[in-house]
Design a protein around this ligand. Structure first.
Ligand code: ATP
Length: 319
C-alpha cells in the first residue's frame, strides 16, 4: 500500500492535486506578456490556485519532531507494545493491540492475506503516522523521541512500488548516499541479483534509465531498488513485497544472499510468497491486524490446518 519513495518526498503530506495546482499557478505567473489574451477565467483560476497554494504553505505536517526528540544511533531492536492503529482518513483499524519484538540481527518475515496490516507495520516504523494507542520503540527509545531525519536515515525501506529517477543506473543505486564507492554499488547490485543485467547494458552502470535510456522490466526495477536499500547500510531494512515481479527461483537466490549479507542487521521481509522464507529466524503470520501464528518454517508447518502450512502447500508447485 505504500507507494514509491513517499516517505522521503512527502513528509508534508503534499497531495498530487496540490502539486498540479502549483504547477498550473507557476505557469500562469510566467505566462508571456504578449499572450495578453489572459482571460478572466484564467485570472480566476490563478486566484483559486493562489488560495490553494497559501493553504498548502500553511499546512502543518501531522508527524513532526517532538521538542524532546534526539539523535540516536540505532542498533535495530524493534518493539511494538499494544499498538492499535486506525488510518485517520478511512477509519480502518489496521493494527489491533499489536505486540511484536524483533531483536538486533533477527531476520523476520511477515506474511498474511491482503489487507492484514503488513505494510502498516512498515509505515508506523518509519513514523509516517503518529500512533495514539500503544508504543513503538527502537533500542528502547520511543520512536516519537527520535528525530525523524535520524529515524528514517537509519531504516532502509524497499517499497512495493519502485521509484527510479531518469538518471544512470549507478546514481539510482547510490541515491541518498552520493559518496558511495563504485565497489559498493557493484556489491549491492550483486546481492540484489541485477549485476549481470547491468553489465549487459551498452554503458553498464553509466546507462541512463527512463525515457532517454533503457526501459527496465518490473523485476529489474525492483532489484535496483533493493540494491539502493542495501548500499545505505542501515540498522533496519524492510522489504515490502518488493520481489513480486521476480520469478520464484531468482527470489529464492536473492533471499539466500540477503540472509548472508545481512548477518548483523535486522531485516523485516513482507511477502505473500512463503516458499522463499525457509531459512528465516521467524515467520509471523498476520490476520486482521493481529499475529495469528509465529515461529520457524518447521514449527509453523506442524500446525495442522494452520494459515502458514495451508499457504505453503498451495504455493508448492504453483511458482
Ligand atoms: N494509506 C492508507 N489509508 C487508509 N487506509 C489504509 C492505508 N493503507 C492501508 N490501509 C488499510 O489498512 C488495512 C491494512 O492495510 P495494509 O496495507 O497494512 O495491509 P497489507 O497486509 O500490507 O496488504 P497488502 O498485502 O495488500 O499490501 C487495509 O484494510 C487497508 O485498506
Amino acid at each position: 500500500m505504500i507507494g514509491g519513495l513517499y516517505y522521503i518526498n512527502n513528509e508534508h503530506n503534499i497531495s498530487l492535486g496540490t502539486i498540479v495546482e502549483f504547477i498550473v499557478y507557476v505557469n500562469m505567473l510566467t505566462f508571456p506578456v504578449s499572450a495578453i489574451g489572459l482571460t478572466a477565467s484564467m485570472v480566476q483560476r490563478a486566484a483559486a490556485s493562489q488560495k490553494r497554494l497559501n493553504e498548502f504553505l500553511d499546512i502543518e505536517p501531522e508527524v513532526r519532531d517532538n521538542n524532546s526528540a534526539t539523535d540516536v544511533q540505532l542498533n535495530g531492536n524493534v518493539k511494538f507494545e499494544h499498538v492499535t492503529f486506525t488510518y485517520p482518513d478511512t477509519g480502518i483499524e489496521a493494527l489491533k493491540d499489536f505486540n511484536l519484538q524483533i531483536n538486533k540481527g533477527e531476520k523476520v518475515a511477515i506474511t498474511g492475506r491482503t489487507g492484514s496490516g503488513k505494510s502498516t507495520i512498515a509505515q508506523l516504523l518509519l513514523r509516517m503516522y503518529n500512533v495514539e494507542k500503544g508504543q513503538i520503540s527502537m533500542d528502547d527509545v520511543a520512536i516519537d523521541n527520535i528525530k525523524l531525519s535520524t529515524l528514517r536515515s537509519q531504516i532502509s525501506y524497499v517499497p512495493q512500488d519502485v521509484f527510479l529517477f531518469s538518471d544512470t543506473v549507478e546514481n539510482n543505486i547510490r541515491f541518498g548516499i552520493p559518496n558511495a564507492k563504485k565497489d559498493a554499488v557493484i556489491e549491492a547490485a550483486q546481492i540484489a541479483g541485477v549485476d549481470k543485467e547491468i553489465e549487459g547494458f551498452a554503458n553498464g552502470y553509466e546507462t541512463l534509465i527512463g525515457e532517454r535510456g533503457v526501459t527496465l522490466s518490473g523485476g529489474q526495477k525492483q532489484r535496483i531498488s533493493i540494491a539502493r536499500a542495501l548500499i545505505k547500510d542501515p540498522a533496519l531494512i524492510i522489504f515490502d513485497d518488493c520481489l513480486s515481479a521476480v520469478d520464484a527461483k531468482t527470489e529464492k537466490e536473492i533471499m539466500g544472499r540477503l540472509n548472508k549479507y545481512l548477518t548483523d542487521k535486522t531485516a523485516i521481509i513482507i511477502t505473500h510468497r512463503v516458499f522463499s522464507l525457509l531459512n528465516f529466524d521467524r515467520i509471523i503470520v498476520l490476520d486482521d491486524g493481529k499475529i495469528v501464528e509465529q515461529g520457524t518454517h518447521a514449527e509453523l508447518m506442524k500446525i495442522e490446518g494452520g494459515f502458514y502450512s495451508k499457504l505453503y502447500s498451495q504455493q508448492q508447485g504453483t511458482d
